[in-house]
Design a protein around this ligand. Structure first.
Ligand SMILES: [Zn+2]
Length: 84
């Protein structure tokens, strides 16, 4: 999985986890809270594994959006992909 897919998947998991948490709060359903927590944690964990610079494998902190350049090697992320 490339870093962009990983980033999108993390955002989606956090969004779904949030919806499940709100549902749990509205209906007093602990099962929804557990499911929401698991979806959110799974999304964050996969981003730790897959949201990395394609050139140097440095972790790209997905908070606040993806950077245009790798914070470690400085290569543009769009170009770094083709230099594997
Ligand atoms: Zn890099």
């Amino acid at each position: 999985m490339d870093y962009r897919k990983s980033w999108r998947l993390e955002r989606l998991c956090i969004f779904i986890g949030g919806i499940l948490a709100v549902t749990a709060a509205l209906f007093h359903a602990a099962l929804f809270l557990c499911a929401g927590s698991m979806v959110t944690v799974a999304g964050v964990l996969q981003s730790v594994v897959f949201c990395r610079c394609p050139a140097c494998r440095a972790f790209l902190d997905p908070r606040g959006g993806l950077p245009n350049y790798c914070p470690d090697c400085g290569k543009p992320l769009a170009d770094a992909k083709s230099e594997k």
